[in-house]
Design a protein around this ligand. Structure first.
Ligand SMILES: [Zn+2]
Length: 342
């Protein structure tokens, strides 16, 4: 039976980044850190948690500001953590340069005119540095073309896209260093049976379409919609949630996802997915793997609450309605018998 290695982490300087980045607050910064960590723990038998009394954290994530964005450097990491037969060793110091324009909710936050590029995805910046902290390097450069042989979260430059998923390069490399996770079954939500609109602006509709759901609403003025679906995964150990949807029009974006064990909050995810071509993922269809840091055993069925907005921005094609198709919500579970490394 494969053990789960416990890697401790601590976050410093949250007051620094929230004071220089008015679009971010403490809650958003911690959400970004958790989501960045969960990208890695989803595919490897690692668990991330706070150090116990007297324990030194292995990953030390620090937000810094000297009033000057360091050009081309969003973050830096020295040292890394290795997995060994006797547990994790080493340690990493990660610094994030808070003087760059950084976002969490790409389409709700506003920014000053960028002087040195950006705004940049805070989750991707942290996830990239955590990758270094787990021992990963940038993808190799082809000596003939001078280009990367493949892309990754570990690519040194990702532009201003919203990238909150690992690439095959990242998964292969982190599993080579820390092992691959062994999964149990997958539990699908019955979307037409359980889909329910719970909070919506006037004119927003939720309809069934085959085995999926379609949400639509007027884009002017901005509409908000929150809908629930239920995943019958009671008594399972939850590793991750797979979310498959298509942003059919340019005027709809998925903002947040809240996951509950019955009525008890499990984890929140920042999605910021929109069909506008600048997200860096495969076109307008999204297939997201969202990991649970605590890998809980569910006492109830899993409630998945999605928040989205329909809104028209200047320069976008005219459209009266925003349309989103939800194709699948699936809980990825762990085998019944597994243990955490104490
Ligand atoms: Zn790097």
């Amino acid at each position: 039976m494969k053990r789960f290695e416990r890697i401790t982490y601590a976050v410093f300087g949250v007051d620094v980044i929230t004071s220089v980045r008015p679009n971010l607050d403490e809650e958003k910064v911690y959400l970004a850190v958790r989501e960045a960590l969960s990208l890695w723990s989803t595919v490897t038998p690692l668990s991330f948690g706070a150090p116990r009394a007297g324990e030194e954290p292995l990953l030390r994530i620090r937000f810094e500001s000297d009033g000057q964005p360091s050009l081309g450097e969003l973050g830096a990491t020295s040292g890394f953590v290795s997995s060994t037969p006797t547990g994790p060793t080493g340690g990493a110091d990660i610094t994030i340069d808070s003087d760059n324009l950084l976002f969490l909710d790409r389409y709700l936050e506003s920014f000053p005119i960028a002087v040195h590029g950006g705004p940049f995805d805070l989750i991707a910046v942290i996830a990239h540095e955590i990758g270094h902290g787990l021992g990963l390097e940038h993808p190799p450069i082809d000596p003939v073309t001078g280009q990367e042989t493949e892309s990754g979260m570990m690519s040194p430059s990702k532009g201003t896209a919203v990238i909150r998923q690992l690439y095959p390069y990242d998964i292969r490399e982190v599993q080579r260093r820390h092992g691959a996770i062994q999964l149990g079954g997958a539990v699908n939500a019955n979307l037409p049976e359980t889909g329910r609109l719970i909070d919506a602006s006037s004119g927003v509709h939720l309809q069934t379409a085959g085995s999926g759901l379609v949400v639509s609403g007027p884009t002017e003025p901005t509409s908000r919609a929150v809908f629930d679906v239920l995943v019958p995964a009671k008594n399972s150990w939850a590793n991750a949630l797979r979310l498959q949807f298509t942003t059919v029009t340019q005027n709809v974006f998925v903002n947040r996802l809240d996951v509950f064990d019955g009525i008890f909050p499990l984890q929140q995810f920042a999605i910021s997915a929109r069909n506008s071509g600048d997200e860096g993922l495969a076109g307008k269809s999204w297939d997201l793997l969202l990991g649970f840091l605590s890998r809980p055993r569910l006492a109830n069925d899993m409630l998945v609450r999605t928040e989205l907005y329909f809104t028209k921005k200047d320069g976008q094609p005219q459209s009266d309605f925003g349309v989103l198709q939800l194709a699948g919500v699936t809980a990825e579970t762990l085998p019944p018998a597994f243990e955490f490394h104490a």
